[in-house]
Design a protein around this ligand. Structure first.
Ligand code: GLY
Length: 415
């Protein structure tokens, strides 16, 4: 009897250590792959810069957009699409390089990360967009976290000061876009929740409560106006500039005004999870939990948990997926698992399933796909732009989620 018991114990120890190795292997093998692909991406970037047409160069120089800096996607001609620093996606590539540095501790990645981060400095005074957090927090923010470089801190503080110039107290939200002024007066998009992380950081660093107040007010106004009773969210809420009243509840990148655009749900989940981390206000945790429930109880979420581009896309299952929504969601779920203990394991299981399926079935081909990591994301289906392609932010949140998984398993914490 004793022998049988010993045998069973030994087997189960062996089995669980096999499982751990399998999990570690996935993280290790994804980072190994990322290291090779990102090295390849850097040569692709150099080639794409050298191949820029004289007309495009002239247009760019006339509009004072600055140089092309970082990759965003693969365009319809199959070429690497590079963006200038003012594009909302410019911070993700350097962010990936910082994550490589964090994982490997190899100085060569720090050097590369700095090279692709530093040209974004001019964004610190660009008040023409709400995308400051995406651009600056993912690049300089990770750089500052990992190196403590005071210059990066100054750039981030100035960026946060610029971002809050887009806040109007009588509306209680930061204005997202200035375009489409024939349609919207004061559009605020759900994506904007992601920019609050920079403001909370600025509050912690500077102790200036204005950053905290703007972020909390924005998050509260968004709970009030962006969400439906089932906790799915609208994409664009347009406010009356004078009265502060809601004028329209619209979409821009989703299927319909009343549908749930997949990446928007992911931005909301991530956004409210980080708001809870920074404030400990229960209303934000409740919101994040409800958003997670909405996503994972959706009847159109595929078995592999990689959503279609919109939860109500009309031709499901013959619709493109959006891997970027999945990677943002996975990363957010690891964090949410820290705060909602009752459902912790459920969130971890969902996030693990997403990462395992991405690693098995969605990876780009090594040495191909212009150095991107993941295929099958969708930028904006309604404008037939970036449909079923690699997107740099899908890759960024993939690496972030892998790092979070590793930290959680090693220490039970993320920060
Ligand atoms: N923030 C723009 C997007 O998610 O497409």
């Amino acid at each position: 009897m004793k022998k049988v018991f010993l045998g069973i114990t030994l087997l189960s120890v062996l089995f669980s250590s096999c499982k751990t190795t399998e999990k570690e292997d996935m993280i290790q093998s994804d980072f190994d792959f990322a290291g090779r692909q990102l090295t390849f991406a850097m040569t692709e970037i150099d080639n794409a810069k050298a191949e820029e047409s004289p007309e495009s160069k002239e247009r760019r120089e006339k509009s004072n957009r600055g140089p092309l800096v970082n990759p965003r996607t693969i365009n319809k001609e199959g070429k690497l699409e590079l963006v200038p620093s003012r594009d909302w996606t410019s911070g993700f590539f350097p962010g990936e390089l910082w994550y490589m540095y964090e994982y490997t501790k190899d100085k060569k990645w720090e050097e590369a990360a700095r090279k692709y981060t530093d040209p974004l400095e001019r964004e610190k005074t660009n008040g023409g967009t709400h995308d400051m957090g995406f651009k600056v927090y993912c690049s300089f923010g990770n750089g500052y976290r990992l190196t403590g470089d005071e210059k990066y801190k100054d750039i981030m503080l100035e960026s946060a000061r610029t971002l809050i110039t887009r806040y109007k107290p009588h509306i209680g939200a930061i204005r997202s876009w200035d375009h489409n002024s024939d349609k919207w007066q004061y559009p605020v998009i759900i994506d904007n929740m992601m920019n609050l992380e920079l403001l909370f950081w600025a509050f912690r660093e500077s102790k200036d409560s204005v950053f905290y107040d703007v972020a909390v007010n924005h998050a509260r106004t968004t709970i009030k106006n962006h969400f439906r009773d089932d906790y799915s969210s609208y994409h664009v809420i347009d406010y009356d500039t004078i009265t502060g009243e809601v004028r329209h509840k619209h979409t821009h990148q989703g299927y319909a005004h009343e549908s749930a655009w997949s990446r928007g749900q992911a931005w909301g989940l991530y956004g409210y999870t980080l708001c809870y981390r920074e404030t400990q206000l229960p209303e934000f945790l409740e919101q994040a939990k409800h958003i997670a429930d909405y996503i994972f109880s959706s009847s159109t979420l595929p078995e592999d948990l990689i959503p279609y581009w919109d939860f109500s896309a009309p031709e499901i299952p013959n619709e493109p997926r959006d891997v970027s929504a999945a990677t943002v969601t996975a990363s957010a779920l690891y964090e949410l698992s820290l705060y909602d203990k009752e459902n912790s394991q459920k969130y971890i299981d969902w996030a693990n399933t997403i990462l395992e399926n991405l690693s098995k079935n969605y990876l780009a081909e090594e040495g191909q796909d212009r150095g991107f990591l993941l295929l099958h994301s969708t930028g904006s289906k309604p404008s037939n732009s970036e449909v079923d392609v690699p997107l740099v932010y899908a890759d960024y949140y993939f690496l972030e989620a892998l790092l979070r998984k590793q930290k959680l398993e090693a220490t039970g914490n993320l920060f």
